[in-house]
Design a protein around this ligand. Structure first.
Ligand code: FAD
Ligand code: NAD
Length: 465
């Protein structure tokens, strides 16, 4: 049996693992990374990147379709467009392939050794990897678990046949005529919207009283309005019960206890993701858990000395940029630098139509912490750029301490608003006050002027409303 001894072993080459390995390599740490699938993990292969590619293609198709209808006001006329989803998926796969090679190249440049195959723990410092050329044993001083997450399966709707997860949804080569989405969260709404724009009849079944229950109702309202415009049927307070006998419909129970059958060609189940912690020897290490996730401290240390965990396997928020930030921090700790988790916010973006972006505390979260707050909200109906891009729905909102004007949180909903996430995070990390945002010149005409106006509004003197 071949054996490698190294200082750092990273298990999983998703955004958490590959960033950790690259940074460790840059710092001269002798690093090995093991990956069972493709470099880039969920995010790059079956998550963030392919979903955004599909969302973009769907948006372009919908735009042209709208132009071809009589209701277009821009004066552009085009023929009714057609969509070849198989070609769209080939284009998406091309982007994924380029990024795959990019990640492998960056790992090599940082002198990280890459081992392909599934890792299995022998003990807290040793793993066995089944590679194409036989079993490889790797011993390390420090191990980083970055094995990510996988879709939750509903016992009443196991994956297979018409019941698909996001992974299959991202590789369909024809648009389903009737798509039922179970779970109106991030994935369900991002992909549900994309398929509606590509021409599917979409129904969303959500168990709670509101779609995107993680966001406040005001932020979700423009998204719900757009879904209605796209003809998406949204059933809240509704539970999925199982597949019909013929497998061509979803059986549901509505809020008032009625059973109903929703005809469907595909049923996309997006009810959350669970950590990949089973079936590869991790159970025997008996690490402390936080629910199903691995419990970590502010340095991503687990309950076992020399074993760190990062990314989705450590719990919410399951976001790629959180995994990357944890990976970078752990690499520096392994290299001997003093680091701990000191981030003020992890921004979140939901790539629905319109997009939602949040960073820091919402008004309710701030009040729940006993803080007296000042809130400023600026609507895009009063923003010139929003008018000239035909998408006036939405707003920017700022939440600040009433006594010091320290900005506690920023939220927005609007077309293309995801790009404001960096301004939001920067404001929070730099400890900005309302006066800092209000006193910064924001270029005209841009949607970002809404941020300055929201701060001015909170200070009591907005200029454009
Ligand atoms: P992962 O990316 O899951 O990577 C873990 C890696 O470990 C995998 O490559 C896996 O093959 C490997 N592995 C597992 N077990 C073993 C083993 N025993 N041996 C060897 N290798 C192993 N997040 C965002 O921030 N923005 C988005 O827009 C976004 N969109 C998403 C869209 C979809 C459809 C999905 C599913 C997710 C999306 N996410 C998004 C979430 C994001 O993908 C995850 O938060 C991120 O990938 C987590 O990174 P990670 O490194 O923790 O794990
Ligand atoms: P989610 O937690 O966002 O949404 C799941 C939804 O399913 C919830 O609204 C929940 O109430 C509902 N639900 C649960 N059980 C149900 C049932 N039996 N019937 C009907 N509805 C049910 O989960 P997701 O959409 O699967 O996404 C998983 C994770 O991936 C997210 O937590 C997020 O961190 C990440 N992600 C992020 C992005 C992004 O950053 N833009 C995009 C996609 C995914």
């Amino acid at each position: 049996m071949k054996e490698i001894v190294c200082k750092l072993l990273v298990i999983g080459a998703g955004p958490g693992g590959y960033i950790c390995a690259i940074r460790a390599g840059q710092l001269g740490v002798d690093t090995v990374i093991v990956e069972a699938g493709k470099a880039g993990g969920t995010c790059l292969n079956i998550g963030c990147i392919p979903s955004k590619a599909l969302i973009h293609a769907a948006e372009e198709f919908d735009k042209v379709r709208h132009m071809s209808s009589a209701s277009d006001v821009l004066g552009i006329s085009v023929e009714q467009p057609k969509l070849d989803l198989a070609q769209t998926v080939r284009w998406k796969d091309g982007i994924v392939g380029r990024l795959n090679s990019g990640v492998l190249g960056l790992l090599r440049k940082a002198k990280v050794k890459i081992v392909h195959g599934p890792a299995r723990f022998r003990d807290g410092k040793t793993v066995e990897v089944e590679t194409e050329t036989g079993t490889q044993v790797i011993r390390a001083e420090t191990v980083v678990i970055a094995t990510g997450s996988e879709p939750v399966e509903l016992p009443s709707l196991p994956f297979g046949g018409p019941v698909i997860s996001s992974t299959e949804a991202l590789s369909l080569t024809t648009v389903p005529k009737r798509l039922v989405v179970v779970g109106g969260g991030y994935i369900g709404l991002e992909l549900g919207t994309a398929f509606a724009k590509m021409g599917a009849e979409v129904t969303v079944v959500e168990a709670t009283p509101q779609i995107l229950p993680q966001y406040d109702a005001e932020l979700v309202k423009p998204v719900a309005k757009r879904l209605a415009e796209l003809g998406v049927q949204v059933l809240t307070d509704t539970k999925a019960k199982g597949l019909s006998g013929q497998g061509d419909a979803l059986l549901i129970e509505t809020a008032d206890g009625r059973e109903q059958s929703l005809p469907a060609d595909r049923i996309l189940v997006t009810v959350g993701r669970r950590p990949r912690t089973e079936g590869w020897g991790l159970e025997e290490l008996d690490l402390d858990r936080a629910g199903r996730f691995i419990r970590i401290d502010d340095r991503c240390r687990t309950s076992m000395r020399g074993v760190h965990a990062i990314g989705d396997v450590t719990g919410e928020p399951m976001l790629a940029h959180r995994a990357m930030a944890q990976g970078e921090m752990v690499a520096e700790i392994v290299a001997g630098r003093k680091r701990s988790w000191d981030k003020r916010s992890i921004p979140a973006v939901c790539f629905t139509d319109p997009e939602i972006v949040t960073a820091g505390l919402s008004p309710d979260e701030a009040r729940d912490q006993g803080l007296e707050v000042r809130i400023g909200q600026f609507p895009f109906t009063a923003n010139g750029r929003a008018m000239t891009t035909q998408s006036e729905d939405g707003f920017v909102r700022v939440v600040a301490r009433a006594d010091t004007n320290l900005v506690l949180g920023l939220q927005a909903v609007g077309a293309g608003i995801s790009e404001l996430s960096s301004a939001f995070s920067l404001a929070l990390e730099m400890g900005a006050r309302l006066e800092d945002i209000a006193g910064t010149i924001h270029a005209h005409p841009t949607r970002s002027e809404g941020l300055q106006e929201a701060a001015l509004k909170a200070l009591g003197h907005a200029l454009h409303i």
